[in-house]
Design a protein around this ligand. Structure first.
Ligand SMILES: [Zn+2]
Length: 235
């Protein structure tokens, strides 16, 4: 993976005391394969739905797969519908049926084994996974497992808003166009009818978080998705 980057010595503000801008220009176009891991159906899209579209445009031949650890039959069906929109083939999404809300306690070894088994069949360049600092135990557990299983990959941890209020400081931003923001939200609302009764599963929440991160990223569109990268090796 090559990183075509430039570092602005004084930041775009011209303020010599500002943090330097670091723009990674060629990361996505150099990717050949990406694995997106979610604890629940809808996690991947909420955390990285716009980014997945940016990636796809940068590298149309990108081999993208999804692995979702928990589901019910209803939610698995919804996840496959959503995956089809992003992947073009719903069969590229593996949706397992571990119990929502109980991942660290129900069958933890089996969950890790499922990740290891998936890695045997698909070795990606990049893995997207839930945040290591996520207050939801299912998300956090999956994020930790990904770091253990995918040691030779770049891992970017995405974020999701929630009751517990766990948003931290991101260190990777992907600016998103208004069109990408719109399609992410429309697809989420259409693909997951089982979730629309939840008070947070609505446009203003999804758009609001991307707007906040867009300010931090100085995104021209005003919107961005944010990630945390625990480690990047540049070569
Ligand atoms: Zn979730």
């Amino acid at each position: 993976m090559s990183f075509g980057h430039r570092v602005g010595p004084r930041g775009r503000s011209g303020n010599p005391n500002a943090e330097p801008d670091v723009r990674v220009a060629e990361l996505f176009s150099s990717l050949t394969s990406v694995l997106c891991v979610g604890a629940h159906p809808d996690d991947i899209e909420i955390g990285s739905g716009a980014t997945l579209r940016v990636m796809r445009r940068a590298q149309p031949a990108l081999d993208m797969r999804w692995l979702v650890l928990t589901s019910t039959p209803e939610r698995a069906s919804e996840a496959h519908v959503s995956a089809g929109r992003y992947l073009g083939d719903a069969n590229l999404a593996t949706v397992l049926s571990f119990r929502d809300g109980h991942l660290p306690y129900d069958e933890p070894a089996a969950v890790k084994a499922a990740l290891i088994a998936h890695r045997r069949g698909f070795v990606p360049d990049l893995v997207l996974a839930p945040s290591l600092r996520d207050a939801h135990q299912d998300h956090r557990f999956v994020g930790e497992l990904v770091g253990q299983v995918y040691r030779d990959q770049v891992v970017l941890h995405y974020e999701t808003a929630k009751y517990e209020g766990d948003l931290g400081t991101a260190n990777v931003y992907v600016p998103a166009s208004e069109e990408d923001v719109r399609r992410k939200i429309d697809d989420l609302l259409a693909a997951y009818p089982s979730q629309v009764t939840k008070p947070w599963f609505e446009e203003s929440l999804f758009r609001g978080l991307m707007r906040l991160r867009g300010v931090e990223a100085k995104a021209t569109s005003g919107y961005a998705e944010a990630f945390h990268a625990p480690k990047l090796i540049v070569s």
